[in-house]
Design a protein around this ligand. Sequence first.
Ligand code: NI
Length: 196
Amino acid sequence: MAILPIRLLGDPVLRQQTRAIESVDNEIKQLIGDMMETMHNAAGVGLAAPQVGYLEQLFVVDISPLLDEMPEDSRDNIPKQPMVFINPEITWESEEEEEFEEGCLSIPDIREIVVRPESVELNYQDENMQEQKLTVDGILARVIQHEFDHLEGLLFTDHLSSFRRGILKRKLEGISQGKTEATYPVQSYSRHQKTS
Ligand code: NI
């Protein structure tokens, strides 16, 4: 397994359409392993394939670092971590919405309140290409929706009001230009373009 550089805001790969995975061949297996290692190394709770430059419908999640902070009875319904999601489809979302502070490994050092449905239902395939169906709420629903967005070319900052985006504008532009002190390996599109 290897730690892959995480693509930063401003990289067009974060805005492109992803393609469905037909089978978990050796290349995809390797990618899943690398994404797990990359996510854990960056202390993230989720990572989507476009964030490491692959336009595949794949993300990984591991909320176990957050479970210690949760009341014991609310941990019971949470599937075993970490989780692999292949070709996910959100089939239902609750009308009830919730506010939650989000961050993103592709947008270091920015955390903002985002409003999303409190609960969602999804279909996906696991790492063995087995069909899975899951209804989630709380923190897991939040992480899954954030990662699902990445497969659609969306970032959490797209959900902010234009007022909040205005306040963050300079910081966001700085990240797009590779000005960040992330504690994990990153790859800036603008710097990459200049040096290669
Ligand atoms: Ni993200």
